[in-house]
Design a protein. Sequence first.
Length: 705
Amino acid sequence: MGNSRQLQLELDAEKERNRLLLDIVNAIPEPIVAKNWDGNFIFVNKHVAQLYGTTQAAMIGKEDSFFTGNKEHGKLFKESVQGIMRRFKSEMVYEESVDSNTGEIRYFNSLKIPFKNSRDELNIAVIARDITEITEIKNQAEFNAKRLNYVLEVSGEGMWDWNMQTNVVFQNKRWEEITGVKHSEKSIEEFQNCILEEDRNYVFKSLNALIEHNAPYDIEFRFKHPSGKIIWIWDRGQVIEFDEQGKPVLLVGIMQDITQQKINQLKIESMAFHDDLTKLANRALLNDRLQLALEHSKRSKQCGAVLFVDLDHFKTINDSYGHKTGDELLVIVADRIKSLANEGDTVARFGGDEFVFVLNDLHTNPLKAALKAENIANQIREAICQKISIKLEKNSDIDCFITASIGITILDSTIETAARLLQLADLALYQVKKNGRNDCAVFDPVMQKQFDYTMRLEIEMRNSLKQGDFVLYYQPQYNFEKKIVSAEALIRWIHPEMGLISPGDFIPIAEETNLILPMGNWVLTQACQQLKKWQANPKTKHLSLSVNVSAKQIWQKNFVPDLKKIILDSEIDFSKLVLEVTESVVLGDIKEVVMKLNELVSFGLTFSLDDFGTGYSSLGYLKNLPINELKIDQSFIRDLLVDKSDLIMVKSVIDLSKNFNLIVVAEGIEEEAHFEYLKQFGCDIYQGFYFSRPVPIAEFNLLIC
């Protein structure tokens, strides 16, 4: 009986020790488990159950993936413990697991100890330590170190520090690479000797200001690399440690090679103030230079000048040979203009084919300054008009010849702004173009009055087109028997306040502003209505009517359909309608122009080539343009009696026209002798003041009767 009680006491004591051991194991806040050969749990402490979000009892007999859902992970755990049990040697393993409660990955240092149970079966005990926080700190530290190294590598910064007490200076490898100076006791002295002499004083002053007054040290300076190359250095530093007296102890800084940035900065500045193609000053820099020139003129009492240069018919070359050829021509012209500039002058590309030349200190007398400016303008014109050879593709060359028109304004104290200078030079240029181009002119107040008049005409013309202030006059055309066979419709502007305005004043403005387009349609419509009335009258149904068509009208995309509609809507016999075109029509796409005219000829219209001999006269036009009538310009007829060359010219044109089976019309006949000569030469139709001026329709009808 006593032995049984003793045995029971011993069993109870053993159970108590086991419970105590289990309580201790469960109290440990780290994973402790045991697994069998299949990787199933045979023991887990409370911490593991909490980590997997279950109970200890529920985990027995199951493996990790039952709780984590990660079979691949579970397989790795199983292979790991089987390998250790097979080797039957304790191992320390670094591994990770998933917290089923939060989904967070946890990291562990696990001691895995193989053992055999009472049935001699292989098992394994695992005592793990959660090192997640330590791992994250370590990973963050490694990441920060990599990031710092990466930043320094990308930024290309050299580092230095200077201990003021020991006078020891440290530089990193990148500092040596930038400066080309190897770290040594004399490296600072060598470095300072390589600073460009012009910048050395600035560097020393900035460094002393940092040391003595803790002033910001952030400077750029030039440095001669031992290789001989001049580089730009950006150096920054600060005091990071002071002694008890407030004196600097440790200076730390970083430097960068900013040579490429400086080069790029210069390029950007050049692009901002210089034309990319010609490298001349652009508008922004020109405006600045003009303002400086004005201020200089006021101080010095010297007159300068502004020359506004425009290339004549540049568009023709650009369109004919392409923009690349046009660009090369502009570069050559820019170089020729620049070669005439003196120090202090400015040559700028204003835009397209326009250049501006700013001259300073020509003379105290404005008239003498103007003479000098005009002389320089003529030098520019002479330089530009010299032959320009340009290589095309396939090694072929072309020789270009181009002229220039130049407007000049004198720069003196009476002009206040750069914009006004350019405006006045542009007005002078406008006058040159109006007078025929390839010349120069100095601005005078008369030009301003002319410009103001022109601007007023443009505004009034727009209003008059709406108000119906335009009318058609008709100039009769005669045969050799002096009988009226046709007429030319001519637009006239009768302004309610300004009266009858000359076509020579408003037609060029209409061309420049494209008002010629609605004006041309109005003229054609009115002419067709008049032709319809003539065709309804037996006395006038034989008459033909000529109407001028602007080259700009023909160049319009919808010229043909629009013109057909006007004619068809008028319900006329359009075989009696003649459309007069000038040689300027060939400045457009000649193939497209010919195609349009041929289409209208097929439609039933006839064309007359007006002002023959004054423009781009070429036998090719007579061959290619579908015309059946040619008008000899009045300038040849006017001097027919006094200029033998004009006499020969007129006879030759008439003979030539006969060879081409063209009807010849002579305009500008003012005397009986003109008529007699032309009749003798075989001219077909005669027009001029000798017979009649252009007259309103009522007067024209009286001439017929």
